[in-house]
Design a protein around this ligand. Structure first.
Ligand code: T6T
Length: 315
Protein backbone atom coordinates (compact mmCIF):
# COMPACT_ATOMS: atom_id res chain seq x y z
CA UNK A 1 0.00 0.00 0.00
CA UNK A 2 0.92 3.65 -0.08
CA UNK A 3 3.34 4.98 2.48
CA UNK A 4 1.65 6.53 5.43
CA UNK A 5 3.18 8.99 7.78
CA UNK A 6 1.77 10.16 11.04
CA UNK A 7 4.35 12.54 12.43
CA UNK A 8 3.04 13.16 15.92
CA UNK A 9 3.26 16.32 17.89
CA UNK A 10 6.99 16.99 17.98
CA UNK A 11 8.25 18.73 21.04
CA UNK A 12 10.78 21.50 20.87
CA UNK A 13 12.43 23.88 23.23
CA UNK A 14 10.44 26.17 25.43
CA UNK A 15 10.29 29.52 23.63
CA UNK A 16 11.71 32.76 24.93
CA UNK A 17 8.79 35.14 25.42
CA UNK A 18 11.16 38.17 25.26
CA UNK A 19 9.94 41.43 23.66
CA UNK A 20 7.87 44.15 25.34
CA UNK A 21 5.45 43.69 28.23
CA UNK A 22 2.15 41.97 27.41
CA UNK A 23 -0.90 42.62 29.58
CA UNK A 24 -1.70 39.13 30.95
CA UNK A 25 -5.39 40.04 31.05
CA UNK A 26 -5.65 41.00 27.39
CA UNK A 27 -8.42 38.79 25.92
CA UNK A 28 -8.05 39.84 22.30
CA UNK A 29 -6.36 37.64 19.74
CA UNK A 30 -5.87 38.20 16.04
CA UNK A 31 -5.43 35.54 13.37
CA UNK A 32 -4.01 36.53 9.99
CA UNK A 33 -3.98 33.66 7.51
CA UNK A 34 -2.46 33.60 4.03
CA UNK A 35 -5.53 33.85 1.83
CA UNK A 36 -9.25 34.46 2.27
CA UNK A 37 -11.78 31.67 1.66
CA UNK A 38 -9.17 28.98 0.94
CA UNK A 39 -10.10 25.64 2.57
CA UNK A 40 -6.76 25.04 4.31
CA UNK A 41 -7.05 28.39 6.08
CA UNK A 42 -10.83 28.12 6.54
CA UNK A 43 -10.31 24.85 8.43
CA UNK A 44 -7.58 26.49 10.51
CA UNK A 45 -9.74 29.54 11.27
CA UNK A 46 -12.86 27.56 12.24
CA UNK A 47 -10.90 25.57 14.82
CA UNK A 48 -9.14 28.70 16.09
CA UNK A 49 -12.48 30.49 16.57
CA UNK A 50 -13.87 27.52 18.44
CA UNK A 51 -10.86 27.29 20.76
CA UNK A 52 -10.80 31.03 21.44
CA UNK A 53 -14.51 31.05 22.29
CA UNK A 54 -14.09 28.02 24.57
CA UNK A 55 -11.41 29.88 26.50
CA UNK A 56 -13.30 33.19 26.68
CA UNK A 57 -11.17 35.10 24.15
CA UNK A 58 -12.14 37.23 21.14
CA UNK A 59 -10.49 36.26 17.87
CA UNK A 60 -10.32 38.78 15.04
CA UNK A 61 -9.65 36.74 11.89
CA UNK A 62 -8.33 38.49 8.77
CA UNK A 63 -6.74 37.46 5.50
CA UNK A 64 -5.56 39.02 2.26
CA UNK A 65 -7.59 38.43 -0.89
CA UNK A 66 -4.59 36.71 -2.48
CA UNK A 67 -1.58 34.95 -1.00
CA UNK A 68 0.40 38.15 -1.13
CA UNK A 69 2.90 39.84 1.12
CA UNK A 70 2.00 43.50 0.48
CA UNK A 71 -1.68 43.13 1.34
CA UNK A 72 -0.93 40.92 4.32
CA UNK A 73 1.50 43.53 5.72
CA UNK A 74 -1.18 46.17 5.40
CA UNK A 75 -3.68 44.00 7.29
CA UNK A 76 -1.05 43.30 9.92
CA UNK A 77 -0.53 47.04 10.45
CA UNK A 78 -4.22 47.71 11.03
CA UNK A 79 -4.62 44.67 13.30
CA UNK A 80 -1.66 45.74 15.45
CA UNK A 81 -3.23 49.16 15.99
CA UNK A 82 -6.13 47.42 17.80
CA UNK A 83 -3.56 46.14 20.36
CA UNK A 84 -4.35 42.41 20.59
CA UNK A 85 -2.41 40.41 23.17
CA UNK A 86 -1.20 38.09 20.43
CA UNK A 87 -1.14 37.87 16.66
CA UNK A 88 -1.32 34.36 15.23
CA UNK A 89 -0.02 34.66 11.69
CA UNK A 90 0.81 32.61 8.59
CA UNK A 91 3.49 34.87 7.07
CA UNK A 92 3.26 34.82 3.26
CA UNK A 93 6.96 35.58 2.93
CA UNK A 94 9.76 34.18 5.09
CA UNK A 95 11.70 37.50 5.20
CA UNK A 96 9.48 40.47 4.34
CA UNK A 97 7.26 40.14 7.41
CA UNK A 98 10.17 39.93 9.86
CA UNK A 99 10.56 43.66 10.59
CA UNK A 100 6.88 44.42 11.36
CA UNK A 101 6.56 41.26 13.46
CA UNK A 102 9.67 42.17 15.47
CA UNK A 103 8.26 45.64 16.03
CA UNK A 104 4.94 44.25 17.25
CA UNK A 105 6.82 41.97 19.61
CA UNK A 106 8.81 44.92 20.96
CA UNK A 107 5.45 46.58 21.65
CA UNK A 108 4.27 43.67 23.79
CA UNK A 109 2.29 41.71 21.19
CA UNK A 110 3.01 37.98 21.28
CA UNK A 111 3.65 36.48 17.85
CA UNK A 112 2.68 32.89 17.01
CA UNK A 113 3.39 31.44 13.56
CA UNK A 114 0.93 28.98 12.03
CA UNK A 115 1.80 26.90 8.94
CA UNK A 116 4.36 29.20 7.29
CA UNK A 117 7.26 30.68 9.25
CA UNK A 118 9.93 33.36 9.09
CA UNK A 119 13.56 32.42 8.47
CA UNK A 120 14.39 34.33 11.65
CA UNK A 121 13.33 31.92 14.38
CA UNK A 122 13.90 34.47 17.18
CA UNK A 123 10.74 36.54 16.65
CA UNK A 124 7.78 34.21 17.17
CA UNK A 125 7.25 32.69 20.62
CA UNK A 126 5.83 29.53 19.00
CA UNK A 127 5.53 28.00 15.55
CA UNK A 128 3.12 25.25 14.49
CA UNK A 129 3.15 23.43 11.17
CA UNK A 130 3.43 20.14 9.35
CA UNK A 131 6.97 18.85 8.89
CA UNK A 132 6.92 20.10 5.32
CA UNK A 133 10.30 18.69 4.34
CA UNK A 134 9.11 15.23 5.45
CA UNK A 135 5.85 15.90 3.59
CA UNK A 136 7.77 16.52 0.36
CA UNK A 137 9.65 13.27 0.85
CA UNK A 138 6.41 11.43 1.52
CA UNK A 139 4.99 12.89 -1.71
CA UNK A 140 8.02 11.62 -3.65
CA UNK A 141 7.78 8.13 -2.12
CA UNK A 142 4.08 8.03 -2.90
CA UNK A 143 4.66 9.17 -6.49
CA UNK A 144 7.50 6.68 -7.05
CA UNK A 145 5.24 3.91 -5.77
CA UNK A 146 2.42 4.95 -8.12
CA UNK A 147 4.74 5.18 -11.15
CA UNK A 148 6.15 1.74 -10.34
CA UNK A 149 8.81 0.38 -12.67
CA UNK A 150 8.23 2.86 -15.50
CA UNK A 151 10.87 5.44 -16.46
CA UNK A 152 10.23 9.05 -17.30
CA UNK A 153 10.35 12.64 -16.17
CA UNK A 154 8.74 14.16 -13.12
CA UNK A 155 7.70 17.74 -12.45
CA UNK A 156 7.25 19.62 -9.16
CA UNK A 157 5.11 22.76 -9.07
CA UNK A 158 6.03 25.26 -6.36
CA UNK A 159 4.07 28.42 -5.45
CA UNK A 160 6.20 31.54 -4.81
CA UNK A 161 9.84 31.56 -3.72
CA UNK A 162 9.98 32.61 -0.07
CA UNK A 163 6.94 30.56 0.99
CA UNK A 164 8.57 28.50 3.75
CA UNK A 165 6.21 25.52 3.52
CA UNK A 166 6.21 24.87 -0.23
CA UNK A 167 9.96 25.57 -0.46
CA UNK A 168 10.53 22.81 2.11
CA UNK A 169 8.13 20.45 0.35
CA UNK A 170 9.89 20.98 -2.98
CA UNK A 171 13.28 20.38 -1.34
CA UNK A 172 12.16 17.14 0.34
CA UNK A 173 10.58 16.00 -2.91
CA UNK A 174 13.68 16.73 -5.01
CA UNK A 175 16.01 14.95 -2.58
CA UNK A 176 13.81 11.87 -2.41
CA UNK A 177 13.18 11.63 -6.19
CA UNK A 178 16.96 11.71 -6.73
CA UNK A 179 17.05 8.27 -5.07
CA UNK A 180 14.98 6.80 -7.93
CA UNK A 181 17.14 6.31 -11.05
CA UNK A 182 14.08 5.67 -13.25
CA UNK A 183 12.74 9.16 -12.52
CA UNK A 184 14.25 12.24 -14.12
CA UNK A 185 13.42 15.40 -12.21
CA UNK A 186 12.67 18.44 -14.38
CA UNK A 187 13.48 21.90 -12.98
CA UNK A 188 10.88 22.90 -10.37
CA UNK A 189 8.52 25.59 -11.68
CA UNK A 190 6.85 28.45 -9.82
CA UNK A 191 3.13 29.09 -10.31
CA UNK A 192 2.66 32.24 -8.22
CA UNK A 193 0.08 30.13 -6.34
CA UNK A 194 -2.33 30.50 -9.32
CA UNK A 195 -4.14 27.33 -10.50
CA UNK A 196 -4.33 28.72 -14.06
CA UNK A 197 -0.55 29.19 -14.17
CA UNK A 198 -0.03 25.67 -12.82
CA UNK A 199 -2.33 24.34 -15.56
CA UNK A 200 -0.41 26.23 -18.28
CA UNK A 201 2.92 24.91 -17.01
CA UNK A 202 1.65 21.32 -16.96
CA UNK A 203 0.25 21.66 -20.53
CA UNK A 204 3.57 23.04 -21.77
CA UNK A 205 5.51 20.32 -19.93
CA UNK A 206 3.33 17.59 -21.46
CA UNK A 207 4.07 18.99 -24.93
CA UNK A 208 7.82 19.31 -24.34
CA UNK A 209 8.28 16.06 -22.37
CA UNK A 210 6.13 13.26 -23.77
CA UNK A 211 7.77 10.92 -21.23
CA UNK A 212 6.21 12.79 -18.27
CA UNK A 213 5.11 10.15 -15.74
CA UNK A 214 4.48 12.18 -12.62
CA UNK A 215 3.58 15.60 -11.24
CA UNK A 216 3.75 16.88 -7.67
CA UNK A 217 1.65 19.91 -6.78
CA UNK A 218 3.20 21.33 -3.60
CA UNK A 219 -0.12 22.80 -2.41
CA UNK A 220 -3.82 23.09 -3.04
CA UNK A 221 -3.72 25.59 -5.92
CA UNK A 222 -0.86 23.97 -7.82
CA UNK A 223 -2.50 20.54 -7.49
CA UNK A 224 -5.93 21.79 -8.58
CA UNK A 225 -4.39 23.45 -11.66
CA UNK A 226 -2.35 20.37 -12.55
CA UNK A 227 -5.46 18.15 -12.31
CA UNK A 228 -7.31 20.42 -14.75
CA UNK A 229 -4.45 20.39 -17.27
CA UNK A 230 -4.03 16.60 -17.18
CA UNK A 231 -7.78 16.10 -17.58
CA UNK A 232 -7.92 18.54 -20.53
CA UNK A 233 -5.08 16.63 -22.19
CA UNK A 234 -6.83 13.31 -21.59
CA UNK A 235 -3.86 12.13 -19.50
CA UNK A 236 -5.49 11.74 -16.05
CA UNK A 237 -4.30 8.51 -14.46
CA UNK A 238 -1.51 8.04 -17.05
CA UNK A 239 0.58 10.83 -15.60
CA UNK A 240 0.44 10.19 -11.85
CA UNK A 241 -0.53 13.27 -9.88
CA UNK A 242 0.29 13.68 -6.20
CA UNK A 243 -1.15 16.76 -4.55
CA UNK A 244 -0.69 18.36 -1.14
CA UNK A 245 -3.74 19.32 0.97
CA UNK A 246 -7.30 18.01 0.83
CA UNK A 247 -9.74 20.69 -0.32
CA UNK A 248 -13.25 19.59 -1.35
CA UNK A 249 -12.20 19.87 -5.01
CA UNK A 250 -8.98 17.91 -4.44
CA UNK A 251 -10.94 15.17 -2.66
CA UNK A 252 -13.45 15.06 -5.52
CA UNK A 253 -10.56 14.82 -8.01
CA UNK A 254 -9.11 11.93 -6.01
CA UNK A 255 -12.44 10.15 -6.12
CA UNK A 256 -12.93 10.67 -9.86
CA UNK A 257 -9.37 9.62 -10.77
CA UNK A 258 -7.95 13.02 -11.77
CA UNK A 259 -5.56 12.85 -8.79
CA UNK A 260 -3.90 9.68 -7.51
CA UNK A 261 -2.80 10.74 -4.02
CA UNK A 262 -3.03 13.67 -1.61
CA UNK A 263 -0.78 14.51 1.31
CA UNK A 264 -3.29 15.93 3.79
CA UNK A 265 -2.32 18.20 6.65
CA UNK A 266 -4.21 18.97 9.84
CA UNK A 267 -4.96 22.71 9.63
CA UNK A 268 -7.66 22.51 12.33
CA UNK A 269 -5.13 21.21 14.80
CA UNK A 270 -2.69 23.97 13.81
CA UNK A 271 -5.40 26.59 14.45
CA UNK A 272 -6.50 25.13 17.76
CA UNK A 273 -2.98 24.69 19.11
CA UNK A 274 -1.98 28.11 17.77
CA UNK A 275 -4.67 29.73 19.94
CA UNK A 276 -3.51 27.70 22.95
CA UNK A 277 0.10 28.82 22.47
CA UNK A 278 -0.98 32.44 22.06
CA UNK A 279 -3.03 32.41 25.27
CA UNK A 280 -0.22 30.76 27.24
CA UNK A 281 2.25 33.34 25.94
CA UNK A 282 -0.06 36.23 26.90
CA UNK A 283 -0.29 34.81 30.42
CA UNK A 284 3.51 34.52 30.62
CA UNK A 285 3.41 30.72 30.78
CA UNK A 286 6.10 28.56 29.15
CA UNK A 287 5.34 27.77 25.51
CA UNK A 288 6.63 24.98 23.30
CA UNK A 289 8.62 26.70 20.52
CA UNK A 290 8.12 24.18 17.69
CA UNK A 291 5.08 21.98 17.20
CA UNK A 292 4.76 19.59 14.27
CA UNK A 293 1.30 18.36 13.37
CA UNK A 294 0.54 15.18 11.47
CA UNK A 295 0.19 14.53 7.75
CA UNK A 296 -1.16 11.55 5.91
CA UNK A 297 -0.98 10.16 2.38
CA UNK A 298 -4.52 9.56 1.09
CA UNK A 299 -5.34 7.49 -2.00
CA UNK A 300 -8.66 6.41 -3.48
CA UNK A 301 -8.28 3.08 -1.65
CA UNK A 302 -8.13 4.54 1.84
CA UNK A 303 -9.98 7.85 1.38
CA UNK A 304 -13.23 6.76 2.99
CA UNK A 305 -11.39 5.92 6.20
CA UNK A 306 -9.57 9.27 6.24
CA UNK A 307 -12.43 11.74 5.81
CA UNK A 308 -11.53 13.45 9.09
CA UNK A 309 -8.57 14.92 7.18
CA UNK A 310 -10.73 16.56 4.49
CA UNK A 311 -10.71 20.36 4.65
CA UNK A 312 -13.81 22.56 5.01
CA UNK A 313 -14.83 25.48 2.84
CA UNK A 314 -16.96 26.95 5.64
CA UNK A 315 -17.28 26.38 9.41
O1 T6T B 1 -0.62 24.15 1.55
C1 T6T B 1 -1.29 25.12 2.30
C2 T6T B 1 -0.31 25.75 3.24
O2 T6T B 1 0.30 24.77 4.03
C3 T6T B 1 0.74 26.51 2.44
O3 T6T B 1 1.62 27.17 3.30
C4 T6T B 1 0.11 27.50 1.49
O4 T6T B 1 -0.83 26.85 0.69
C5 T6T B 1 -1.87 26.19 1.39
O5 T6T B 1 -2.59 27.12 2.14
C6 T6T B 1 -2.83 25.57 0.40
O6 T6T B 1 -3.30 26.52 -0.50
Amino acid sequence: GTALLLAGCGSGQIGDTGGGQTDPNNKNLALITGMRGEPFYVSMECAAQQEAAAQGYQLNAQAPEKFEQAEQSQIFGSVVSTRPGAVIIAPTDDKALAAPLQQAKNNGIQVVEVDTALQDRSIAVASLSSDNYAGGKLAAQTLAHLVGGRSGSVLALNTKAGTSTTDERAKGFEEEIAKHPNLRLLPTQYTDNEPATAAQIVSATLAANPDLVGVFGTNLNTGEGAATALANAGRSGQVQLVGFDASPKQVEDLRNGRVQALIAQNPARIGQEGVRRAIAAIKGQPVERETRTEMIAITRDNMDQQSQYFYKSHC
